[in-house]
Design a protein around this ligand. Structure first.
Ligand SMILES: NC(=O)c1ccc[n+]([C@@H]2O[C@H](COP(=O)([O-])OP(=O)(O)OC[C@H]3O[C@@H](n4cnc5c(N)ncnc54)[C@H](OP(=O)(O)O)[C@@H]3O)[C@@H](O)[C@H]2O)c1
Length: 425
């Protein structure tokens, strides 16, 4: 029996990880949710609607990413063999301090708590010290809302249930961590740490809160795991597309946004043109891969890039989606630099329904290395579903939701890749 603590089960990836694991009698799941009773019953209904027969009733504990000081008690209550950490503050325009607290401090606090070899309080203090430099770069208005203090009562938690093999931590990062040139441009060294003047605060300014916090979390998670000898498996998904079988994906997903823009005829031009790609992966592949790591105790570490090598150049991607939606694809292209500059003009990003941060997820001339992930996938008999099918299903799903109706776009729409919209044209 493997006991799994899963954060972010309600998210785009988390639901499908749950789908993979909830019916398995050899897996005992504990979900970490903001509102356990309500979200558990919603997830149980969603699973039932997707044909999953639960191996046991869902159980959940309260968890808030914005409270790193709660991590130790959560891990102690759940007593997991494996932590799958998917929860993240995932939006454009996040204040650096908010992104840092949720995506860096809480991840490290969970990892420390699992290792149990030092007090989780030490961990929170350590990362909180770095937070001060990040916070110093934010505006006074931002700072005013961030007066959380560490709860000293959570100190001294060990992990007494870890009698045999050490518990494993599966951290979900992002594919930009495998884009070395991009990391160098931002001022991140080969060791993953901030190198340039201004340290992490400068990187938060350059990359934006979400992306910077993912890069920062990766640096802190790998450093901490090494220091503690804690098994850490890091997964780097590309931008996640819908389910290969029926296209399902949430409204806040990047491809959902792109399909909506196409369906409404609001994508006036393609950013960058044919030299650019938006690397993609189907959500069911990601979920099965995560389930594979959970079930294969031989996987004790390493970094795995989850990306479909068939991800097409941007114009082709847009054409596939437009065809599936029965809409024309734009022919014009717009240089990325110009688009970025336009989106930084006051009011333009809001008008266009996108954010300059989204453009960082478009890449060109990058040879990504998926060999390590491919080897594991092959060992488990897992293959990427055909990407054309994934795109057709994804667009079909968005189309069936009535995407042509004007806007239901969520405030502060989520990150994960660009929506590529260039505004009303
Ligand atoms: N999707 C992608 O394209 C992509 C690509 C690369 C990496 N990733 C990474 O993969 C992970 C999962 O992504 P996703 O697409 O599944 O994200 P998502 O759909 O945005 O879901 C985010 C999850 O985090 C939870 N969460 C947010 N704020 C929270 C808080 N304050 N306390 C507790 N839980 C909170 C959400 O729970 P609620 O339902 O309560 O809001 C939700 O379950 C993230 O680390 C993300 O950075 C995603």
């Amino acid at each position: 029996m493997t006991r799994v603590l899963l954060t972010g089960a309600t998210g785009q990836i988390g639901r499908w990880v749950l789908h993979e694991l909830a019916g398995r009698p050899d897996v005992e799941l504990v979900l970490a949710l903001r509102d356990p009773a309500r979200q558990c019953s919603e997830l149980a209904a969603w699973l039932a609607g997707h044909g999953v027969v639960l191996a046991r009733p869902l159980q959940a504990l309260a968890f808030d990413l914005d409270r790193p000081q709660g991590a130790a008690a959560l891990v102690q209550a759940a007593r997991p063999d494996v932590v799958v950490h998917l929860a993240a503050r995932f939006a454009w325009g996040l204040a650096p301090a908010d992104a840092q607290r949720a995506n860096v401090q809480t991840s490290v606090a969970l990892l420390r708590a699992l290792a149990g070899s030092r007090t989780s309080l030490d961990a929170v203090h350590e990362v909180a010290n770095q937070a001060e430099s990040v916070e110093a770069a934010t505006s006074d208005a931002d700072r005013a809302g961030h007066s959380d203090h560490v709860d000293t009562r959570s100190a001294g938690v060990a992990a007494p249930w870890q009698g045999g093999a050490p518990a494993r931590f599966i951290h979900v990062s992002g594919f930009m961590l495998q884009h070395r040139a991009h990391l160098r441009r931002l001022g991140i060294g080969e060791d993953g740490q901030a190198r340039g003047p201004g340290g992490w605060a400068a990187i938060y300014r350059r990359a934006g809160g979400y992306e910077a916090s993912k890069l920062h979390a990766h640096a802190e998670m790998t450093r901490t795991a090494r220091e503690l000898g804690q098994p850490l498996v890091v997964l780097h998904p590309a931008t996640v597309a819908g389910h290969s079988g029926h296209g399902e994906l949430p409204e806040h997903a990047a491809l959902h946004q792109l399909c909506r823009q196409l369906a409404r005829g609001r994508l006036g031009a393609i950013p960058g043109g044919a030299a650019y790609r938006l690397p993609l992966v189907a959500v069911d592949f990601v979920a099965r891969f995560i389930a594979g790591v959970v079930r294969d105790a031989a996987v004790q570490g390493g970094e795995y890039l989850l990306m479909d090598a068939a991800s097409p150049p941007l114009p082709q991607l847009v054409q596939h989606l437009a065809d599936a939606l029965g809409r024309p694809a734009p022919r014009r292209t717009l240089p990325i630099g110009l688009l970025r500059a336009l989106l930084r003009l006051p009011g333009v990003a809001a008008l266009a329904g996108t954010h300059p941060e989204s453009l960082d997820f478009l890449v060109r001339d990058v040879a990504f290395d998926t060999a390590a992930a491919d080897r594991l996938a092959a060992r488990w008999g897992l293959a990427h579903p055909p990407l054309e099918q994934v795109l057709r299903q994804t667009a079909g799903y968005v189309g069936r939701q009535g995407a042509c109706a004007e806007p239901g776009q969520r405030q502060g729409d989520t990150a994960g890749g660009p929506d590529l919209s260039t505004g009303p044209t």
